[in-house]
Design a protein around this ligand. Structure first.
Ligand SMILES: [Zn+2]
Length: 215
């Protein structure tokens, strides 16, 4: 059984890299963000809580994150292991996590703030059908127009320079103490997240001692 944590700032490719690992090694992919989105879409009690917090412009509290993760792991449907993203978010959770689960490694996707800025500020969204674009990786055929429906492409409301700077500060402030705890246990494998996705995946596997990905 393999149990991994993946950490990285938004835009570092956490979801993509987790999915590739999960697929090849039958790991259960656990994303805290996805779990919350599911609750919101399905109008659960937790979903209502999350909606209230987000409407107030705040981040979901650490306690709620922790209880959701515990519930998810208590399902014990991860016969071959798991890869989790979005947890732990603070020292206490990191310590609890280390005591409760035998973690095999923490993948730390390292992306300089400058590159995060470049990637995130290049994101566009179709204002009509909601399709995602990226002016670096997935350009529309006609500038500012959706390939599918012809709708206008716009930036996400929270993808401004100021909002991103605040998110980066928040991310580093929260993540560094957690990384320090894992580093002390020598669990952290730092991987440069700048190359294209297959190269990053191979680097992760090399570090974790896993067989290479066969595209
Ligand atoms: Zn569209």
């Amino acid at each position: 059984m393999r149990k991994y944590v993946i950490m990285g700032v938004q835009g570092s490719g956490k979801g993509t890299q987790s999915a590739l690992l999960a697929q090849d090694f039958d790991l259960t992919q656990i994303s805290v963000g996805d779990i919350f989105r599911w609750h919101v879409q399905n109008h659960t009690k937790i979903g209502a809580q999350v909606r209230r917090v987000m409407a107030a412009g705040e981040l979901v509290g650490d306690d709620l994150v922790e209880s959701v993760v515990r519930q998810r792991l208590d399902q014990h449907d991860w016969n071959y292991g798991f890869i989790i993203d979005g947890f732990p978010r603070n020292r206490r959770q990191a310590e609890f996590f280390l005591e409760s689960y035998d973690i095999d490694g923490v993948v730390h996707l390292d992306l300089p703030d400058e590159e995060v800025r470049r990637r995130v500020l290049a994101r566009r969204l179709c204002s009509r059908c909601g399709l995602d674009y990226n002016l670096i990786a997935h350009r529309p055929e006609v500038a500012d127009r959706c390939d599918v429906c012809g709708g206008e492409l716009v930036s996400r409301e929270d993808d401004t320079e100021e909002a991103l700077a605040a998110r980066l500060r928040d991310y580093h402030g929260k993540t560094n103490p957690v990384l320090d705890i894992f580093r002390r246990k020598e669990f952290v494998f730092t991987v440069d997240a700048r190359p294209e996705r297959t190269a990053v995946q191979q680097a992760i596997r090399e570090q974790l001692g896993l067989p290479p990905h066969q595209p």
